[in-house]
Design a protein around this ligand. Structure first.
Ligand SMILES: [Zn+2]
Ligand SMILES: [Zn+2]
Length: 184
């Protein structure tokens, strides 16, 4: 799939470190109750607890599939590529990207219609056909089709991408930056 679904490029600075492992060995023979180990464990207790974030709900047209996603989207854009136009039947697809672990299906995971591979696919409701989200970037991120959100997210689309393959019958009328392909 030569489209945005193969992985939207985002600036490196917006990527978060995935590792939460403490920077010391976890060998069992070092987990002794020594003063050194105690100081390490008290250091770990001082680590900030992940603060609970606002949760957004989304669903398909018929309601068979529902999801919950943290209101912590990393980026959002309107994609004009031909795949997004066809999967949504629209001029473009507003989508918002987030780490996959912050997205969770709450109802109807057995009703999903998956189009694509495990590491990159579109997920539709198998009953009504709504495109709910895409798994992208080697399975690490989810692009939520913003039209399926029930709640209002904090983020707004900040760009038009793949304007190079935009439908001729549609004119972009806002002032958001436009990119021929991915954001550069
Ligand atoms: Zn449905
Ligand atoms: Zn697209």
């Amino acid at each position: 799939m030569g489209s945005c679904a193969s992985g939207t490029q985002v600036p490196k600075s917006t990527l978060r470190s995935g590792s939460r492992n403490p920077p010391f060995s976890t060998r069992p023979d070092l987990n002794l109750n020594t003063p050194w180990a105690r100081s390490r464990s008290s250091w770990r207790e001082e680590e900030p607890v992940t603060k609970p974030s606002r949760k957004l709900v989304g669903k398909c047209f018929c309601g068979a599939v529902r999801y919950e996603v943290a209101d912590e989207f990393v980026y959002a854009a309107n994609c004009h590529c031909s795949n997004c136009r066809r999967t949504t039947g629209s001029a473009f697809k507003p989508f918002a990207g987030i780490e996959r672990e912050k997205f969770r299906l709450t109802t109807g995971d057995d009703r999903l219609l998956i189009f694509g591979e495990e590491s990159g696919h579109d997920a539709h409701c198998g009953h009504c056909g709504s495109l709910l989200y895409s798994v992208v970037r080697e399975g690490a991120y989810v692009h939520v089709a913003m039209g399926t959100l029930v709640d209002d997210p904090s983020i707004r689309p900040t760009a038009h991408i793949f304007v190079g393959s935009k439908a001729k019958w549609f004119t972009v009328t806002d002032d958001l930056p436009q990119y021929k392909g991915h954001v550069t």
